[in-house]
Design a protein around this ligand. Structure first.
Ligand code: BGC
Length: 769
């Protein structure tokens, strides 16, 4: 069934349910203008704003976090009291039961003076209930549309879960893979990331975030968060306006152009001024240059943490600084409502914040709530979740098909010596699947798994067994994922140990299984708890004793196919060297095992590419392809490491080979230019190639342009011997850059282009524009 059709069947009942919501206009016995859906939103916003007290305004601008268990709400205490007293406008909604949301919402609607509905937000990053591959993996498919399809599914699930606002897409550009949060990014390239971000916004919001199968999206983290010094989290950055404009802002701009409803300000500073109090980015750029009138929410306590930065003396002042800079909502910090003195109310009285600034923030918040449909449809249909998560239902089946397709397209084949892959089950009697990732569902779904569940995930073992029923597969764990106890944080915030035994190590059993097998599949990597937020790493190898296990198994002399599970591109020289084949699977999501089996057995040809450069060693970090040529491009490198990464951005093997010939620039009759090259499948199998266009401007007065910049790509599938001429227009949009004042520019002058399979190869072509 086509998705559109599937959604309409599923939610035919939802609109009927909506009538039960906000239709009675009865807060004060009359139907006030703000309660009248027939009036224009701006009129309703102004009407409601005019009725609000300063305290109610401050309360609306505060976001709290609710987690299971439900006792939080009981007996008029806790959240119930806060909602009733108008001290909360929205929640980070980490609760799992949609009915709970209705309970909270009912209190807001029925027990407050104006009955302003609450909004419920959640971190839905790469799936809500069914989990998809993480974003850097999916970006590497070079098929941004996959993001839209994924977030359509996620949006439907999120709404069913009771969520109307998703804290994604992540727009940060990954330049240092030591930073744990590269796991959430769309990779190191701003052009590719921008396309992936735009598609995500379209997927989440579907043109109208108020519809029952859409949600509001949130671009985060505005801006420059990924530039933390040394790949560390929550720390200072060092970049100027040039990089801000051309590296860090473009994905946000793409999200804004796609119509995003909200943006989250970040933890980092930008040239000394913390991002949530940065008037240049929040007001001059967002509101002034981009004319965007959506809602800005701070990151978790980022406003309160202005005191840790040594930027604000206390929370009240922090709140004032953030508000004056253009930050509308305070997530968790309490700076607007619970600060010393009276928070925002007191700051207005003292003249440190203007009433007009607060009104403007409230306006944006109310506009957002109208836009998301909360006034007309405040409650969630408690029956929907069961429908969308029913394994036998059409919706879940379609979601699984997409998750499988996405994970197969996202994995990257880094090495394939002697055509070890694809595996031919007819030639195999016994395979040893060795490593702690081999039969683990939990690790497959990554660090932001929302409501995803390990037990609903197809492990690699399950996938291989289903794909090769006649081959004996010995599954041997070999060792724990880490020598530290593995913990997970429950919805109520408690950390619990979930690993069996962190000291577990049994290389002998692994070696014995390897010796008895025709081939070994090593399933190793980094534990998901060491990826994502607050998980920077100084070493980029396998965690725990996995390398030792790998080396012991390699001694058996059996061919090894290594499948790497990771949230960042791991740097594992011994694995690259000793394995016959290496497949980077990232964190592939709920359909992990099926998708990987599809690729390993050649049912699907590998076509994923690295969305981040893979360092040879951590000493190369930060490493990214679009660096400066510098003053001596041939010199100045480390004495003990080559300059190039182990695998460059854009790199990935297929099961066939492609040749690139005759790259040239031609001028069309209308005077415009195009770059072309002939791509031929020179191998024996059909295959999909990701053809990439890179450009370089030779002399740019605005500032130096990187040695190469990705400005186009196309996935093409060719039969053996087949050729295709690939064409890219060389126009302003492709060649331009953003000047320090925010204006887009494209200079006349000399340029180069490459049409190539990755960011380091290909023949350059000089041309004048
Ligand atoms: C993260 C955000 C996230 C927020 C709410 C913060 O710590 O930086 O990405 O959206 O928490 O969970």
């Amino acid at each position: 069934m086509k998705n559109a059709c599937l959604f309409s069947v599923l939610f035919a009942a939802a609109s009927a349910f909506a009538a039960e919501g906000w239709t009675d206009c009865n807060r004060n016995g009359t139907c006030d203008p703000y309660e009248d859906p027939s009036l224009p939103v701006e009129r309703r916003v102004e009407d409601l704003l005019a009725r609000m007290t300063p305290e109610e305004k401050a309360g609306q601008l505060y976001q709290d976090c609710a987690s299971d268990p439900k006792e939080n709400f009981d007996a008029g205490q806790g959240f119930h009291a806060k909602i009733r007293d108008g001290r909360i406008g929205s929640f980070i909604w980490n609760c799992s039961a949609p009915g709970e949301r209705n309970r909270y919402q009912r209190a807001a609607l029925e027990e407050t003076r104006l009955g302003i509905p609450l909004s419920f937000a959640h971190d839905v990053i790469h799936g809500c209930n069914l989990i998809f591959p993480i974003s850097p993996a999916l970006a590497g498919a070079f098929e941004p549309e996959l993001f839209r399809r994924m977030q359509r599914i996620a949006a439907v699930e999120a709404r069913a879960q009771g969520v109307d606002w998703c804290f994604a897409p992540m727009c940060d550009v990954a330049r240092d893979v030591r930073w744990g949060r590269v796991q959430e990014t769309c990779g190191e390239d701003p052009y590719l990331a921008a396309l992936c971000v735009a598609e995500q916004v379209k997927g989440f919001q579907n043109g109208d975030p108020s519809s029952p199968d859409a949600v509001a999206a949130c671009l985060k983290h505005f801006v420059g968060y990924s530039a933390g010094t040394g790949g560390r989290d929550y720390t200072a950055t060092h970049f100027g306006e040039w990089d801000l404009r051309n590296i860090y802002l473009p994905p946000f701009r793409a999200g804004v152009d796609a119509g995003v409803a909200t943006i989250m300000s970040s933890f980092n500073d930008i040239d000394g001024i913390p991002a949530c109090a940065n008037r240049h980015t929040l007001t001059d750029v967002l509101r002034g240059e981009w004319k965007w009138n959506g809602l800005v929410v701070s990151d978790w306590d980022a406003i309160g943490e202005l005191c840790f930065w040594g930027y604000a003396a206390n929370r009240a002042e922090a709140g004032a600084l953030a508000m004056n800079a253009g930050n509308d909502v305070d997530m968790m910090g309490g700076a607007f409502v619970q600060a010393q003195g009276e928070g925002l109310v007191g700051e207005v009285k003292a003249g440190r914040v203007s009433a007009a600034a607060v009104d403007e923030a409230v306006r944006r918040l109310l506009r957002f709530k109208f836009r998301v449909g909360l006034f007309e449809r405040p409650y969630v249909d408690e029956g929907r979740l069961a429908k969308v998560t029913d394994e036998a239902g059409d919706f879940r089946k379609a979601a699984r098909v997409l998750a499988r397709e996405a994970a197969a397209k996202a994995c990257v084949l880094a090495k394939n010596a002697k055509e070890t892959l694809p595996l031919d089950p007819a030639k195999l009697k016994r395979v040893a699947l060795i490593g702690p990732m081999g039969d683990d569902g939990d690790e497959m779904i990554g660090a932001w798994f929302a409501h995803g569940r390990g037990e609903e995930t197809v492990s690699l073992a399950a996938g291989l067994k289903a794909a090769m029923p006649d081959v004996a597969i010995d599954v041997v764990k070999g060792c724990a994922l880490n020598t530290e106890a593995k913990t997970t944080t429950l919805q109520d915030g408690k950390a619990v140990v979930v690993s069996d035994d962190p000291s577990f190590y049994d290389a002998a059993a692994a070696v014995e299984a390897a010796k008895a097998a025709d081939l070994v599949v090593m399933a190793v990597g980094e534990l998901k708890g060491w990826t994502g937020e607050n998980t920077s790493r100084a070493f980029l190898g396998l965690t725990g004793r996995q390398q030792e296990l790998f080396d012991a198994v390699a001694e058996s002399g059996k061919p090894i196919v290594t499948v790497l599970f990771c949230g960042r591109p791991l740097s594992v020289p011994a694995v690259w060297e000793k394995s016959a084949a290496v497949l980077y699977a990232w964190q592939p999501g709920s359909e992990a095992g099926n998708a990987l089996a599809d690729v390993l057995l050649g049912k699907v040809d590998p076509s994923g590419r690295f969305s981040m450069s893979v360092p040879r060693d951590r000493g190369q970090c930060p490493i990214f392809y679009n660096h400066a040529t510098g003053s001596r491009p041939w010199d100045g490198h480390y004495r003990d490491l080559p300059r190039k990464p182990a695998y460059p951005f854009g790199y990935g093997l297929t099961y066939t080979t492609f040749a690139y010939t005759n790259p040239k620039v031609t001028r069309r009759a209308d005077g415009t230019l195009e770059a072309t090259a002939k791509v031929t499948n020179t191998g024996k199998r059909a295959g999909t190639e990701v053809v990439q266009l890179y450009i370089n401007q030779l002399a740019c007065r605005g500032g130096w342009r990187p040695r190469r910049e990705l400005r186009g790509f196309e996935r093409i599938t060719l039969q053996p011997g087949e050729s295709r001429e690939v064409v890219f227009a060389l126009d302003e949009k492709r060649l331009g850059y953003v000047k320090r004042d925010g204006q887009f520019a494209c200079d006349h002058g000399e340029y180069k282009f490459w049409i190539a399979p990755d960011s380091v190869s290909g023949d350059e072509v000089l041309f004048n524009y």
